[in-house]
Design a protein around this ligand. Structure first.
Ligand code: ADP
Ligand code: ZN
Length: 518
Protein backbone atom coordinates (compact mmCIF):
# COMPACT_ATOMS: atom_id res chain seq x y z
CA UNK A 1 0.00 0.00 0.00
CA UNK A 2 1.35 3.41 -0.94
CA UNK A 3 1.89 5.96 1.78
CA UNK A 4 -0.84 8.66 1.97
CA UNK A 5 1.75 11.36 2.41
CA UNK A 6 3.55 10.30 -0.76
CA UNK A 7 0.29 10.43 -2.68
CA UNK A 8 -0.42 13.88 -1.26
CA UNK A 9 2.91 15.08 -2.61
CA UNK A 10 3.21 13.13 -5.86
CA UNK A 11 -0.36 13.26 -7.07
CA UNK A 12 -1.71 16.47 -5.60
CA UNK A 13 1.52 18.41 -5.15
CA UNK A 14 0.97 19.39 -1.50
CA UNK A 15 3.63 19.18 1.16
CA UNK A 16 1.59 18.71 4.28
CA UNK A 17 -1.87 17.72 5.44
CA UNK A 18 -4.37 20.26 6.60
CA UNK A 19 -5.82 19.85 10.12
CA UNK A 20 -7.83 16.66 10.43
CA UNK A 21 -7.00 15.21 7.04
CA UNK A 22 -4.46 12.65 8.18
CA UNK A 23 -6.63 11.40 11.01
CA UNK A 24 -9.62 10.98 8.71
CA UNK A 25 -7.57 9.21 6.08
CA UNK A 26 -6.19 6.80 8.68
CA UNK A 27 -9.69 5.99 9.96
CA UNK A 28 -10.89 5.38 6.41
CA UNK A 29 -7.90 3.14 5.69
CA UNK A 30 -8.32 1.14 8.86
CA UNK A 31 -11.78 0.00 7.79
CA UNK A 32 -13.72 2.07 10.33
CA UNK A 33 -16.76 4.23 9.78
CA UNK A 34 -15.94 7.89 10.33
CA UNK A 35 -17.49 11.34 10.16
CA UNK A 36 -15.43 14.30 8.97
CA UNK A 37 -16.60 17.80 9.74
CA UNK A 38 -14.51 20.52 8.18
CA UNK A 39 -15.30 24.06 7.15
CA UNK A 40 -15.83 24.86 3.48
CA UNK A 41 -12.46 24.89 1.78
CA UNK A 42 -10.95 22.76 4.52
CA UNK A 43 -10.01 20.01 2.08
CA UNK A 44 -12.63 17.30 2.51
CA UNK A 45 -12.23 15.80 -0.96
CA UNK A 46 -8.68 14.64 -0.37
CA UNK A 47 -9.87 12.70 2.66
CA UNK A 48 -11.50 10.09 0.43
CA UNK A 49 -9.52 10.65 -2.76
CA UNK A 50 -6.26 9.67 -1.12
CA UNK A 51 -7.63 6.44 0.42
CA UNK A 52 -9.14 5.64 -2.97
CA UNK A 53 -5.72 5.88 -4.59
CA UNK A 54 -3.90 4.05 -1.83
CA UNK A 55 -6.24 1.05 -1.61
CA UNK A 56 -7.11 -1.71 -4.05
CA UNK A 57 -10.60 -1.71 -5.44
CA UNK A 58 -13.02 1.11 -5.97
CA UNK A 59 -14.20 3.97 -3.79
CA UNK A 60 -17.80 4.92 -4.25
CA UNK A 61 -18.59 8.60 -3.70
CA UNK A 62 -22.19 9.55 -3.04
CA UNK A 63 -22.85 13.14 -3.94
CA UNK A 64 -26.12 15.04 -4.18
CA UNK A 65 -25.39 17.27 -7.12
CA UNK A 66 -24.53 16.37 -10.66
CA UNK A 67 -22.72 19.67 -11.22
CA UNK A 68 -20.58 19.02 -8.17
CA UNK A 69 -19.60 15.61 -9.46
CA UNK A 70 -18.65 17.00 -12.81
CA UNK A 71 -16.33 19.61 -11.32
CA UNK A 72 -14.65 17.07 -9.09
CA UNK A 73 -14.10 14.61 -11.87
CA UNK A 74 -12.66 17.26 -14.16
CA UNK A 75 -10.18 18.23 -11.44
CA UNK A 76 -9.26 14.62 -10.72
CA UNK A 77 -8.65 13.91 -14.39
CA UNK A 78 -6.41 16.97 -14.60
CA UNK A 79 -4.37 15.35 -11.84
CA UNK A 80 -4.23 12.14 -13.86
CA UNK A 81 -6.66 10.24 -11.66
CA UNK A 82 -9.20 7.89 -13.22
CA UNK A 83 -12.64 8.82 -12.00
CA UNK A 84 -16.13 8.64 -13.47
CA UNK A 85 -19.68 9.53 -12.57
CA UNK A 86 -22.94 7.71 -13.03
CA UNK A 87 -26.00 9.88 -12.76
CA UNK A 88 -29.25 10.60 -14.50
CA UNK A 89 -27.42 12.37 -17.35
CA UNK A 90 -25.20 9.38 -18.16
CA UNK A 91 -26.41 7.70 -21.37
CA UNK A 92 -27.37 4.07 -20.77
CA UNK A 93 -24.81 2.97 -23.35
CA UNK A 94 -22.03 4.37 -21.17
CA UNK A 95 -23.04 2.75 -17.89
CA UNK A 96 -21.75 -0.73 -18.61
CA UNK A 97 -18.40 0.38 -20.04
CA UNK A 98 -17.83 2.55 -16.94
CA UNK A 99 -18.66 -0.32 -14.63
CA UNK A 100 -16.36 -2.58 -16.65
CA UNK A 101 -13.48 -0.13 -16.31
CA UNK A 102 -14.08 0.01 -12.59
CA UNK A 103 -14.12 -3.79 -12.49
CA UNK A 104 -10.78 -3.84 -14.28
CA UNK A 105 -9.29 -1.41 -11.80
CA UNK A 106 -9.04 1.39 -14.35
CA UNK A 107 -11.36 3.62 -12.39
CA UNK A 108 -10.58 4.25 -8.75
CA UNK A 109 -13.35 6.69 -7.86
CA UNK A 110 -16.92 6.24 -8.94
CA UNK A 111 -19.31 9.10 -8.20
CA UNK A 112 -23.02 8.32 -7.96
CA UNK A 113 -26.19 9.99 -6.71
CA UNK A 114 -28.05 8.52 -3.72
CA UNK A 115 -31.01 7.86 -6.03
CA UNK A 116 -28.91 5.53 -8.16
CA UNK A 117 -27.71 3.58 -5.15
CA UNK A 118 -31.36 2.99 -4.28
CA UNK A 119 -31.93 1.15 -7.58
CA UNK A 120 -31.97 -2.66 -7.20
CA UNK A 121 -30.44 -3.48 -10.53
CA UNK A 122 -27.65 -1.00 -10.02
CA UNK A 123 -26.78 -2.53 -6.67
CA UNK A 124 -26.72 -5.93 -8.32
CA UNK A 125 -24.20 -4.55 -10.79
CA UNK A 126 -22.14 -2.92 -8.05
CA UNK A 127 -21.67 -6.30 -6.48
CA UNK A 128 -19.24 -7.21 -9.21
CA UNK A 129 -16.92 -4.49 -7.98
CA UNK A 130 -14.56 -4.59 -5.08
CA UNK A 131 -15.86 -1.55 -3.24
CA UNK A 132 -13.73 -0.83 -0.18
CA UNK A 133 -14.91 2.58 0.88
CA UNK A 134 -18.09 4.60 0.46
CA UNK A 135 -17.71 8.35 0.89
CA UNK A 136 -20.95 10.15 1.66
CA UNK A 137 -20.44 13.77 0.67
CA UNK A 138 -22.67 16.58 2.01
CA UNK A 139 -23.71 14.12 4.71
CA UNK A 140 -25.93 16.68 6.47
CA UNK A 141 -28.48 15.99 3.71
CA UNK A 142 -29.35 12.84 5.65
CA UNK A 143 -30.76 14.81 8.56
CA UNK A 144 -34.10 16.50 8.85
CA UNK A 145 -32.45 18.73 11.42
CA UNK A 146 -30.06 19.99 8.77
CA UNK A 147 -30.82 22.69 6.26
CA UNK A 148 -30.83 20.63 3.13
CA UNK A 149 -32.64 17.37 3.78
CA UNK A 150 -32.83 14.88 0.89
CA UNK A 151 -35.02 11.84 1.34
CA UNK A 152 -32.82 9.58 -0.84
CA UNK A 153 -30.03 10.00 1.71
CA UNK A 154 -32.11 8.00 4.17
CA UNK A 155 -31.68 4.89 2.07
CA UNK A 156 -27.93 5.09 1.81
CA UNK A 157 -27.15 2.80 4.73
CA UNK A 158 -29.41 0.05 3.44
CA UNK A 159 -27.77 0.42 0.03
CA UNK A 160 -24.28 0.15 1.46
CA UNK A 161 -25.21 -2.80 3.65
CA UNK A 162 -26.39 -4.75 0.65
CA UNK A 163 -22.93 -4.59 -0.90
CA UNK A 164 -21.10 -7.91 -0.62
CA UNK A 165 -17.67 -6.31 -0.26
CA UNK A 166 -18.73 -4.76 3.10
CA UNK A 167 -17.15 -1.33 2.62
CA UNK A 168 -16.71 1.11 5.45
CA UNK A 169 -18.24 4.57 5.37
CA UNK A 170 -16.71 8.02 5.44
CA UNK A 171 -19.33 10.74 5.86
CA UNK A 172 -18.29 14.35 5.19
CA UNK A 173 -19.91 17.72 5.71
CA UNK A 174 -19.07 21.37 6.26
CA UNK A 175 -22.14 22.33 8.19
CA UNK A 176 -23.46 20.28 11.03
CA UNK A 177 -24.70 21.38 14.42
CA UNK A 178 -24.18 18.84 17.23
CA UNK A 179 -27.74 17.55 16.67
CA UNK A 180 -27.07 16.99 12.99
CA UNK A 181 -23.71 15.36 13.75
CA UNK A 182 -25.38 12.82 15.98
CA UNK A 183 -28.14 12.22 13.49
CA UNK A 184 -25.58 11.45 10.78
CA UNK A 185 -23.69 9.21 13.19
CA UNK A 186 -26.84 7.30 14.20
CA UNK A 187 -28.06 6.79 10.70
CA UNK A 188 -24.74 5.69 9.23
CA UNK A 189 -23.56 3.72 12.24
CA UNK A 190 -20.60 5.90 13.02
CA UNK A 191 -19.47 5.87 16.67
CA UNK A 192 -18.93 9.34 18.07
CA UNK A 193 -15.35 8.45 18.88
CA UNK A 194 -14.80 8.46 15.10
CA UNK A 195 -16.03 11.99 14.54
CA UNK A 196 -13.20 14.20 13.39
CA UNK A 197 -14.26 17.80 13.82
CA UNK A 198 -11.81 20.48 12.81
CA UNK A 199 -12.35 24.01 13.93
CA UNK A 200 -15.24 25.88 12.41
CA UNK A 201 -13.46 29.16 12.87
CA UNK A 202 -12.15 30.90 9.78
CA UNK A 203 -9.46 33.17 11.17
CA UNK A 204 -8.79 34.92 7.87
CA UNK A 205 -12.43 35.92 7.41
CA UNK A 206 -13.67 39.24 8.83
CA UNK A 207 -17.43 39.34 9.31
CA UNK A 208 -19.50 42.48 9.11
CA UNK A 209 -23.20 42.96 9.72
CA UNK A 210 -24.83 46.09 8.33
CA UNK A 211 -28.19 46.60 9.87
CA UNK A 212 -30.41 49.13 8.19
CA UNK A 213 -28.65 49.98 4.91
CA UNK A 214 -31.39 51.46 2.74
CA UNK A 215 -29.69 51.53 -0.58
CA UNK A 216 -27.98 48.17 -0.84
CA UNK A 217 -26.98 48.72 -4.45
CA UNK A 218 -25.11 51.88 -3.63
CA UNK A 219 -23.47 50.26 -0.65
CA UNK A 220 -22.26 47.34 -2.78
CA UNK A 221 -21.08 49.61 -5.58
CA UNK A 222 -19.14 51.74 -3.16
CA UNK A 223 -17.52 48.69 -1.59
CA UNK A 224 -16.46 47.33 -4.96
CA UNK A 225 -15.12 50.71 -6.04
CA UNK A 226 -13.01 50.78 -2.91
CA UNK A 227 -11.67 47.29 -3.67
CA UNK A 228 -11.01 47.53 -7.41
CA UNK A 229 -8.54 44.67 -7.66
CA UNK A 230 -10.44 42.13 -5.65
CA UNK A 231 -12.68 39.31 -6.79
CA UNK A 232 -15.98 38.95 -4.99
CA UNK A 233 -19.41 37.38 -4.95
CA UNK A 234 -22.67 39.19 -4.23
CA UNK A 235 -25.41 36.82 -3.11
CA UNK A 236 -29.06 37.67 -3.38
CA UNK A 237 -32.22 35.63 -3.03
CA UNK A 238 -34.08 35.83 -6.33
CA UNK A 239 -33.28 35.71 -10.02
CA UNK A 240 -34.92 39.09 -10.42
CA UNK A 241 -32.61 40.65 -7.84
CA UNK A 242 -29.63 39.08 -9.56
CA UNK A 243 -30.63 40.81 -12.79
CA UNK A 244 -31.26 44.11 -11.02
CA UNK A 245 -28.04 44.29 -9.05
CA UNK A 246 -26.04 43.04 -11.98
CA UNK A 247 -27.46 45.73 -14.23
CA UNK A 248 -26.88 48.45 -11.66
CA UNK A 249 -23.24 47.48 -11.16
CA UNK A 250 -22.62 47.06 -14.88
CA UNK A 251 -24.15 50.49 -15.55
CA UNK A 252 -21.63 51.90 -13.11
CA UNK A 253 -18.71 50.37 -14.91
CA UNK A 254 -18.09 47.25 -12.80
CA UNK A 255 -16.81 44.16 -14.57
CA UNK A 256 -19.63 41.94 -13.40
CA UNK A 257 -21.96 39.13 -14.49
CA UNK A 258 -25.06 37.51 -13.07
CA UNK A 259 -25.53 33.82 -12.33
CA UNK A 260 -28.74 31.97 -11.55
CA UNK A 261 -30.58 28.76 -12.26
CA UNK A 262 -32.73 30.34 -14.97
CA UNK A 263 -29.78 30.84 -17.30
CA UNK A 264 -28.76 28.26 -19.89
CA UNK A 265 -26.08 25.88 -18.70
CA UNK A 266 -23.70 27.16 -21.42
CA UNK A 267 -24.10 30.70 -20.19
CA UNK A 268 -23.59 29.61 -16.60
CA UNK A 269 -20.42 27.70 -17.26
CA UNK A 270 -19.10 30.61 -19.30
CA UNK A 271 -19.71 33.01 -16.42
CA UNK A 272 -18.18 30.56 -13.99
CA UNK A 273 -15.06 30.17 -16.12
CA UNK A 274 -14.70 33.91 -16.62
CA UNK A 275 -14.82 34.37 -12.87
CA UNK A 276 -12.46 31.49 -12.20
CA UNK A 277 -9.86 32.88 -14.58
CA UNK A 278 -10.16 36.46 -13.32
CA UNK A 279 -11.79 37.79 -16.44
CA UNK A 280 -14.68 38.97 -14.27
CA UNK A 281 -14.28 40.84 -11.02
CA UNK A 282 -17.67 40.23 -9.48
CA UNK A 283 -20.46 37.70 -9.74
CA UNK A 284 -23.99 38.47 -8.61
CA UNK A 285 -25.70 35.18 -7.90
CA UNK A 286 -28.43 33.23 -6.22
CA UNK A 287 -27.42 30.33 -4.01
CA UNK A 288 -27.24 28.27 -7.23
CA UNK A 289 -23.69 29.56 -7.51
CA UNK A 290 -20.79 28.21 -5.58
CA UNK A 291 -21.26 24.55 -4.70
CA UNK A 292 -18.03 22.86 -5.63
CA UNK A 293 -16.52 25.99 -7.10
CA UNK A 294 -12.92 26.19 -6.13
CA UNK A 295 -11.73 29.74 -6.69
CA UNK A 296 -9.14 30.38 -4.06
CA UNK A 297 -8.75 34.16 -4.32
CA UNK A 298 -12.30 35.37 -3.63
CA UNK A 299 -11.68 38.37 -1.36
CA UNK A 300 -15.21 39.33 -0.42
CA UNK A 301 -18.68 37.85 -0.22
CA UNK A 302 -21.54 40.31 0.23
CA UNK A 303 -25.02 39.13 1.08
CA UNK A 304 -27.39 41.70 -0.37
CA UNK A 305 -30.17 39.60 1.10
CA UNK A 306 -30.10 37.26 4.02
CA UNK A 307 -29.55 33.55 3.63
CA UNK A 308 -32.26 31.28 5.08
CA UNK A 309 -30.14 30.04 7.94
CA UNK A 310 -26.68 30.19 9.46
CA UNK A 311 -25.58 26.96 7.78
CA UNK A 312 -26.25 28.34 4.32
CA UNK A 313 -24.84 31.73 5.26
CA UNK A 314 -21.60 30.30 6.56
CA UNK A 315 -21.17 28.05 3.58
CA UNK A 316 -21.65 30.96 1.17
CA UNK A 317 -19.56 33.43 3.16
CA UNK A 318 -16.91 30.73 3.47
CA UNK A 319 -16.27 30.86 -0.27
CA UNK A 320 -14.09 33.87 0.44
CA UNK A 321 -10.44 33.35 1.27
CA UNK A 322 -9.92 29.69 0.55
CA UNK A 323 -6.28 30.58 -0.06
CA UNK A 324 -5.97 31.58 3.60
CA UNK A 325 -5.40 35.29 2.91
CA UNK A 326 -7.46 38.02 4.53
CA UNK A 327 -10.98 38.46 3.23
CA UNK A 328 -14.39 39.85 4.17
CA UNK A 329 -17.95 38.59 4.54
CA UNK A 330 -20.57 41.34 4.69
CA UNK A 331 -24.18 40.73 5.57
CA UNK A 332 -26.74 43.41 4.73
CA UNK A 333 -29.64 42.67 7.02
CA UNK A 334 -33.18 43.68 6.03
CA UNK A 335 -36.13 42.62 8.20
CA UNK A 336 -38.20 42.29 5.01
CA UNK A 337 -36.12 39.27 3.97
CA UNK A 338 -37.15 37.48 7.15
CA UNK A 339 -40.81 38.25 6.48
CA UNK A 340 -40.44 36.90 2.99
CA UNK A 341 -38.78 33.67 4.09
CA UNK A 342 -41.41 33.24 6.77
CA UNK A 343 -44.05 33.57 4.11
CA UNK A 344 -42.30 30.97 1.94
CA UNK A 345 -42.25 28.56 4.86
CA UNK A 346 -45.93 29.22 5.60
CA UNK A 347 -46.93 28.60 2.03
CA UNK A 348 -44.88 25.43 1.58
CA UNK A 349 -46.59 22.11 2.09
CA UNK A 350 -43.96 20.78 4.47
CA UNK A 351 -45.19 19.24 7.72
CA UNK A 352 -45.59 21.23 10.91
CA UNK A 353 -42.45 19.99 12.63
CA UNK A 354 -40.33 20.82 9.62
CA UNK A 355 -41.78 24.30 9.40
CA UNK A 356 -41.10 24.85 13.04
CA UNK A 357 -37.45 24.01 12.59
CA UNK A 358 -37.17 26.34 9.62
CA UNK A 359 -38.71 29.20 11.62
CA UNK A 360 -36.24 28.55 14.37
CA UNK A 361 -33.34 28.70 11.95
CA UNK A 362 -34.68 32.00 10.63
CA UNK A 363 -34.83 33.41 14.14
CA UNK A 364 -31.24 32.42 14.70
CA UNK A 365 -29.90 34.15 11.61
CA UNK A 366 -31.91 37.20 12.52
CA UNK A 367 -30.34 37.09 15.97
CA UNK A 368 -26.92 36.95 14.27
CA UNK A 369 -27.74 40.32 12.75
CA UNK A 370 -28.53 41.78 16.17
CA UNK A 371 -25.99 40.29 18.50
CA UNK A 372 -23.13 42.34 19.88
CA UNK A 373 -21.04 39.22 20.47
CA UNK A 374 -18.08 38.51 18.26
CA UNK A 375 -19.69 37.35 14.99
CA UNK A 376 -17.18 34.58 14.42
CA UNK A 377 -17.80 33.36 17.95
CA UNK A 378 -21.54 33.46 17.42
CA UNK A 379 -21.31 31.21 14.37
CA UNK A 380 -18.81 28.82 15.89
CA UNK A 381 -21.00 28.46 19.00
CA UNK A 382 -23.96 27.66 16.81
CA UNK A 383 -21.99 24.68 15.51
CA UNK A 384 -21.25 23.59 19.05
CA UNK A 385 -17.68 24.86 19.38
CA UNK A 386 -15.93 27.70 21.10
CA UNK A 387 -13.29 30.16 19.94
CA UNK A 388 -11.75 33.42 21.09
CA UNK A 389 -13.17 36.72 19.92
CA UNK A 390 -11.77 37.23 16.43
CA UNK A 391 -10.78 40.85 16.87
CA UNK A 392 -11.69 41.72 13.31
CA UNK A 393 -15.44 41.39 12.88
CA UNK A 394 -17.67 44.46 12.96
CA UNK A 395 -18.61 43.75 16.57
CA UNK A 396 -15.06 43.17 17.78
CA UNK A 397 -13.69 46.19 15.92
CA UNK A 398 -16.23 48.59 17.25
CA UNK A 399 -16.25 47.54 20.83
CA UNK A 400 -17.93 50.67 22.07
CA UNK A 401 -18.48 51.48 25.74
CA UNK A 402 -20.81 49.17 27.59
CA UNK A 403 -24.00 50.99 28.36
CA UNK A 404 -26.60 49.92 30.85
CA UNK A 405 -30.01 49.58 29.22
CA UNK A 406 -31.66 47.71 32.09
CA UNK A 407 -34.24 50.45 32.70
CA UNK A 408 -35.33 50.46 29.06
CA UNK A 409 -35.45 46.68 28.96
CA UNK A 410 -37.62 46.66 32.08
CA UNK A 411 -40.15 48.97 30.43
CA UNK A 412 -40.40 46.63 27.47
CA UNK A 413 -40.77 43.57 29.67
CA UNK A 414 -43.42 45.35 31.78
CA UNK A 415 -45.33 46.23 28.65
CA UNK A 416 -45.29 42.61 27.45
CA UNK A 417 -46.50 41.54 30.89
CA UNK A 418 -49.26 44.14 31.04
CA UNK A 419 -50.48 43.00 27.63
CA UNK A 420 -50.63 39.42 28.94
CA UNK A 421 -47.99 38.15 26.51
CA UNK A 422 -50.53 38.13 23.72
CA UNK A 423 -48.75 40.31 21.16
CA UNK A 424 -45.80 40.41 18.82
CA UNK A 425 -43.03 42.89 18.40
CA UNK A 426 -44.78 45.63 16.46
CA UNK A 427 -47.61 46.02 18.99
CA UNK A 428 -45.16 46.07 21.90
CA UNK A 429 -43.04 48.70 20.16
CA UNK A 430 -46.10 50.88 19.56
CA UNK A 431 -47.41 50.45 23.08
CA UNK A 432 -44.19 51.06 24.94
CA UNK A 433 -43.42 54.18 22.86
CA UNK A 434 -47.00 55.42 23.22
CA UNK A 435 -48.17 55.28 19.62
CA UNK A 436 -51.37 57.13 18.72
CA UNK A 437 -52.50 54.33 16.43
CA UNK A 438 -56.13 53.29 16.71
CA UNK A 439 -55.04 49.75 17.49
CA UNK A 440 -53.70 50.89 20.87
CA UNK A 441 -57.17 51.91 21.98
CA UNK A 442 -58.72 48.76 20.49
CA UNK A 443 -56.61 46.55 22.68
CA UNK A 444 -56.75 48.87 25.67
CA UNK A 445 -53.00 49.44 25.66
CA UNK A 446 -53.36 53.19 26.20
CA UNK A 447 -54.81 52.56 29.66
CA UNK A 448 -51.87 50.51 30.88
CA UNK A 449 -49.26 51.71 33.34
CA UNK A 450 -46.29 51.42 30.99
CA UNK A 451 -47.98 52.73 27.87
CA UNK A 452 -45.58 55.31 26.40
CA UNK A 453 -43.07 54.76 29.18
CA UNK A 454 -40.15 54.49 26.75
CA UNK A 455 -39.54 57.98 25.43
CA UNK A 456 -37.49 56.99 22.42
CA UNK A 457 -38.02 56.39 18.72
CA UNK A 458 -39.82 53.25 17.62
CA UNK A 459 -36.63 52.26 15.82
CA UNK A 460 -34.72 52.27 19.10
CA UNK A 461 -37.41 50.19 20.82
CA UNK A 462 -37.53 47.73 17.96
CA UNK A 463 -33.76 47.43 17.87
CA UNK A 464 -33.61 46.87 21.62
CA UNK A 465 -36.24 44.14 21.39
CA UNK A 466 -34.18 42.42 18.71
CA UNK A 467 -31.21 42.67 21.00
CA UNK A 468 -33.19 41.20 23.90
CA UNK A 469 -34.26 38.31 21.68
CA UNK A 470 -30.72 37.75 20.40
CA UNK A 471 -29.54 37.55 24.00
CA UNK A 472 -32.40 35.38 25.21
CA UNK A 473 -34.14 37.83 27.51
CA UNK A 474 -37.15 37.47 25.25
CA UNK A 475 -38.22 34.92 22.73
CA UNK A 476 -40.37 35.29 19.71
CA UNK A 477 -42.58 32.22 19.37
CA UNK A 478 -45.37 31.04 17.13
CA UNK A 479 -46.04 31.51 13.47
CA UNK A 480 -46.96 33.12 11.20
CA UNK A 481 -47.57 35.84 13.79
CA UNK A 482 -44.86 35.46 16.41
CA UNK A 483 -45.64 36.58 19.93
CA UNK A 484 -43.10 37.91 22.42
CA UNK A 485 -42.49 35.84 25.54
CA UNK A 486 -40.34 36.75 28.50
CA UNK A 487 -37.73 34.12 29.38
CA UNK A 488 -36.52 33.32 32.90
CA UNK A 489 -33.52 35.49 32.17
CA UNK A 490 -35.94 38.28 31.25
CA UNK A 491 -37.95 37.93 34.49
CA UNK A 492 -34.67 38.25 36.39
CA UNK A 493 -34.21 41.63 34.75
CA UNK A 494 -37.61 42.75 35.92
CA UNK A 495 -36.78 41.55 39.43
CA UNK A 496 -33.52 43.56 39.40
CA UNK A 497 -31.51 40.36 39.66
CA UNK A 498 -29.81 40.87 36.36
CA UNK A 499 -28.62 43.79 34.27
CA UNK A 500 -28.85 44.30 30.53
CA UNK A 501 -25.73 45.83 29.08
CA UNK A 502 -25.16 46.69 25.55
CA UNK A 503 -22.30 47.99 23.45
CA UNK A 504 -22.71 51.51 22.23
CA UNK A 505 -24.02 51.43 18.71
CA UNK A 506 -21.08 53.05 16.96
CA UNK A 507 -21.29 50.25 14.47
CA UNK A 508 -24.49 51.49 12.98
CA UNK A 509 -22.85 54.81 12.06
CA UNK A 510 -22.80 54.00 8.38
CA UNK A 511 -26.36 52.78 8.33
CA UNK A 512 -27.56 55.77 10.28
CA UNK A 513 -26.08 58.14 7.73
CA UNK A 514 -27.73 56.22 4.97
CA UNK A 515 -31.12 55.86 6.44
CA UNK A 516 -31.48 59.51 7.37
CA UNK A 517 -32.53 60.21 3.81
CA UNK A 518 -36.11 59.13 3.69
P1 ADP B 1 -13.99 21.33 0.78
O1 ADP B 1 -13.67 20.94 2.17
O2 ADP B 1 -14.74 22.63 0.69
O3 ADP B 1 -14.60 20.23 -0.03
P2 ADP B 1 -11.86 20.99 -1.05
O4 ADP B 1 -11.67 19.55 -0.86
O5 ADP B 1 -12.50 21.45 -2.32
O6 ADP B 1 -12.57 21.65 0.16
O7 ADP B 1 -10.44 21.69 -0.91
C1 ADP B 1 -10.30 23.08 -0.97
C2 ADP B 1 -8.96 23.44 -1.60
O8 ADP B 1 -7.91 23.13 -0.74
C3 ADP B 1 -8.69 22.68 -2.89
O9 ADP B 1 -8.10 23.56 -3.81
C4 ADP B 1 -7.70 21.62 -2.47
O10 ADP B 1 -6.90 21.20 -3.54
C5 ADP B 1 -6.92 22.35 -1.41
N1 ADP B 1 -6.28 21.43 -0.45
C6 ADP B 1 -6.82 20.35 0.11
N2 ADP B 1 -5.96 19.74 0.95
C7 ADP B 1 -4.83 20.48 0.91
C8 ADP B 1 -3.54 20.39 1.56
N3 ADP B 1 -3.26 19.40 2.42
N4 ADP B 1 -2.63 21.34 1.29
C9 ADP B 1 -2.91 22.34 0.44
N5 ADP B 1 -4.08 22.48 -0.22
C10 ADP B 1 -5.02 21.57 0.02
ZN1 ZN C 1 -15.15 39.12 16.28
Amino acid sequence: MRNPKTVLKDTFGYDSFRPGQEKIINLALSGKNALAIMPTGGGKSLCYQIPALVMDGVTLVISPLISLMKDQIDTLRQNGIAAAALNSTTPQSEVNPILRQAYEGKIKLLYITPERLAMDYFRYQLNFLNIKLVAVDEAHCISQWGHDFRPAYRQILAGIKSLKSKPNILALTATATPAVQNDIGDQLEIPSSNYVITSFARPNLAFTVENGVRDSNRYILRYIEQHPDQAGIVYTNTRKHVEEINEYLADHGINVAGYHGGMTSEKRSQVQDDFLFDRLQVIVATNAFGMGIDKSNVRFVIHANSAKNIEAYYQEAGRAGRDGDECEAIFLYHPGDMRQYRWFIDESDADKEYKKRQYKKLNIISAYAHTDQCLQQYIVRYFGQTCDPCGKCSNCKLRGKLIDVTADAQKIIQMIYELDGRFGKSVIVQAVTGSTMERMREIGANELAHFGSLKTSQKYASDLINYLIANEFLESVGNPYPILHVTNKGWDVLDDKRKVQRRELKQRAYSAKNSSRT
